[in-house]
Design a protein around this ligand. Structure first.
Ligand SMILES: [Zn+2]
Ligand SMILES: [Zn+2]
Length: 138
């Protein structure tokens, strides 16, 4: 029983870590991967109910952010930084434009588009690739 409890606790911690990595701050205890989970979208401050299952599948958890054009440059840059990418040039103006940024984790310079970030893709190809690899090995 104790081992099961530990496993559940670890699963919960991993769930919260994954949610935070996607830019959502959990507002209630982890309900399960396929259940709607009350969270705050850090970038826009909205309260949303994404499913962890969807977030892990690469779906964006915040419809408002997924659908809308960016309001201003500062918000766009904040959004990029929220996924760990430091912009190296001013926001190009449209969410689908490629934008030169440096990954704060590994230093890789890439050109992610903001609309891909909003769809839940990570900003850094190199980091995403590495994460995929380590999952394969595990
Ligand atoms: Zn949002
Ligand atoms: Zn990286």
């Amino acid at each position: 029983i104790a081992a099961g409890e530990r496993r559940r606790a670890a699963g919960r911690a991993q769930a919260e870590a994954d949610m935070r990595a996607a830019g959502f701050e959990p507002l209630e205890p982890y309900p399960g991967a396929r259940v709607r989970w009350l969270c705050r979208h850090v970038v826009c401050g909205r309260t949303v109910h994404p499913r962890l299952f969807g977030i892990r599948a690469g779906k964006g958890g915040c419809r408002a952010c997924a659908g809308r054009a960016p309001v201003d440059r500062a918000a766009a840059e904040a959004e990029m930084r929220a996924v760990g990418m430091e912009p190296l040039e001013p926001f190009p103006g449209r969410v689908r434009d490629r934008w030169r940024c440096r990954c704060m984790t590994c230093g890789h310079i890439g050109t992610p588009a903001l609309n891909n970030i909003r769809r839940g893709q990570g900003g850094c190809y190199a980091c995403a690739h590495r994460a995929g690899r380590s999952l394969d090995v595990a």
